[in-house]
Design a protein around this ligand. Structure first.
Ligand code: AMP
Ligand code: ZN
Length: 466
């Protein structure tokens, strides 16, 4: 099979040629663990899981190394720790937050049918030099200082962007353009407003490590430079993440890694997934359209969510709608009716499914082909069923038996949101006129539908009971 991938850096689709076919190496930026992941965060995890499966199919299961990190040092984590565990010492509180959140994340993405990556390093294990000699952040920063690419100012160590002639190539931002629009006064200690933090000082109330520059903590970007080098070497094949990471995160990773290692590239293919919106709007807590993976998994089988995600090409934006998820469920129900309980994955996947995926991961084309296979079947011919299953499994679909799939449906009844909202409005009205008998009756009716309501000063919210 031929595999072609779109590379954000060169802005073209190119035939994928690994540096070493015996060990194809991919790095994808993982979650910052301070809160439940949302379904937008699920997108890169699912997309690069499909690529991982395809690479394993093409080069062999033992010949692909996939690294996805966990960012467990971040100011948002510190805030959450202080808020949720005010009585614990900060370090313990932080560990609680990051462990809890990482466990939630693992359960969530397993629910979406994603394979675990080969390695999942945590940033805090790669701050200081390690006994196993793997790359670490402090050594990388020292190297950048020694090579004249970083400097100390006002207690920080900063990357000197002007020391790198082609800084900005990934995002297409030129340094002189960035200079023109920058507010210099805010960052008076920087030589150039585009310079970014590699290391910053920590107060006694912040997590910190002893370093040549005093007690402090790393900037975000240096984490991925260290962890990718630790497991994949100075130059590797594929680096991925969401579109929003192109600048500044990936731009700065490239600057750090190339300048520290003295290489012309960091990764040969830079891949970025498009953004996910909900019912036509940017997902945000204030708009009330914010959906965590956990909530989605409470309402739908994980595989339905996965299929719904893969119906759209990874580089296009997705509009995530209830209607779309319902349609995906119908499709998957139908496919499982075909493959039933006794179908084994056997033989090679369909050529056209492979060709579609090989064309820059055209999952929507692959799904169209699966539809054709499913509807063109002649009777219940075992070979057709097997082929459908084997091919869909490349996308991480149809890996279960029909029975297992049906059991993975968290609710047999689908809650109709409008009906719930109407009942809640009726109940609020009943409470306002102090008709508590009626308001209790409506509460019971909702409970019978599997809907749990919560009253607070802000009003009444609801969720589907687990
Ligand atoms: P974060 O925890 O915000 O750093 O995000 C983790 C990953 O999810 C990154 O690869 C982001 O690019 C990606 N991501 C965040 N929000 C969305 C979204 N709405 N749609 C698609 N990807 C997203
Ligand atoms: Zn990263």
């Amino acid at each position: 099979m031929e595999l072609r991938l779109y590379d954000t850096l060169t802005r073209e689709k190119r035939v994928f040629t690994p540096i070493d076919p015996g060990n194809v190496r991919m790095y994808v930026c993982g979650p910052t663990v301070y809160d439940f992941a949302h379904i937008g965060n699920a997108r890169p995890v699912i997309v690069f899981d499909v690529l991982f499966r395809l690479l394993r199919h093409r080069y062999g299961e033992d010949h692909v190394t996939y690294v996805r990190n966990i960012t467990d040092v971040d100011d948002k984590i510190n805030e959450r720790a202080a808020r949720d565990f005010p009585n614990l010492p900060l370090n313990q509180a932080i560990r609680k937050v990051t462990e809890q959140t990482a466990n939630q994340f693992h359960a969530d993405v397993a629910g979406l049918g994603c394979l675990p990556p080969t390695f999942e390093p945590r940033a805090t294990d790669f701050v200081l030099p390690r006994s196993d000699g793997k790359a670490d952040m402090v050594t990388l920063i020292k190297e950048l200082v020694a090579r004249g690419h970083a400097y100390e100012a006002a207690g920080e160590v900063l990357f000197d962007t002007q020391s790198m002639p082609d800084y900005g190539a990934l995002s297409g931002r030129r340094l002189d353009e960035q200079l023109a629009g920058a507010r210099v006064a805010v960052d008076a200690h920087k030589k150039n407003p585009a310079d970014f933090v590699l290391w910053k000082q920590s107060s006694e109330h912040e997590p910190g490590w002893e370093s040549p520059w005093g007690r402090g903590r790393p900037g975000w970007h240096i984490e991925c430079s260290a962890m990718s080098a630790a497991f994949l070497g100075d130059v590797f094949d594929i680096h991925g993440g969401g579109l929003d990471l192109i600048f500044p995160h990936h731009e700065n990773e490239i600057a750090q890694s190339r300048c520290a290692h003295g290489t012309a590239t960091m990764a040969n293919y830079w891949m970025h997934n498009g953004f996910l919106e909900v019912e036509g709007a940017k997902m945000s807590k204030s708009l009330g359209n914010f959906i965590t993976i956990r909530e989605a998994l409470n309402d739908w089988p994980g595989e339905v969510l996965r299929l719904n995600m893969l119906k759209t090409h990874y580089r296009s934006p997705i509009d995530w709608t209830l209607k779309g998820v319902e349609e995906s469920k119908k499709v998957l129900d139908g496919w499982y009716d075909i493959i039933g309980d006794d179908t084994q994955a056997q033989g090679e996947p369909d050529d056209d499914v492979i060709a579609q995926l090989g064309d820059d991961l055209n999952t929507s084309g692959a799904i169209t082909r699966l539809h054709a296979m499913a509807s063109g079947r002649s009777g219940t011919e075992i070979d057709v069923r097997r082929k459908l299953k084997t091919s869909a499994m490349l996308l991480g679909l149809l890996g279960k038996t029909r029975k297992e799939y049906l059991a993975s449906n968290p609710r047999a009844i689908v809650v109709n949101k409008e009906a719930v909202d109407t009942l809640i409005a009726d109940r609020t009205a009943a409470r306002a006129r102090k008709d508590f008998k009626e308001s209790d009756r409506i509460r019971d009716e909702l409970a019978a539908m599997g809907v749990v309501i919560k009253d607070s000063r802000e009003g009444t919210t609801w969720e589907v009971a687990r």
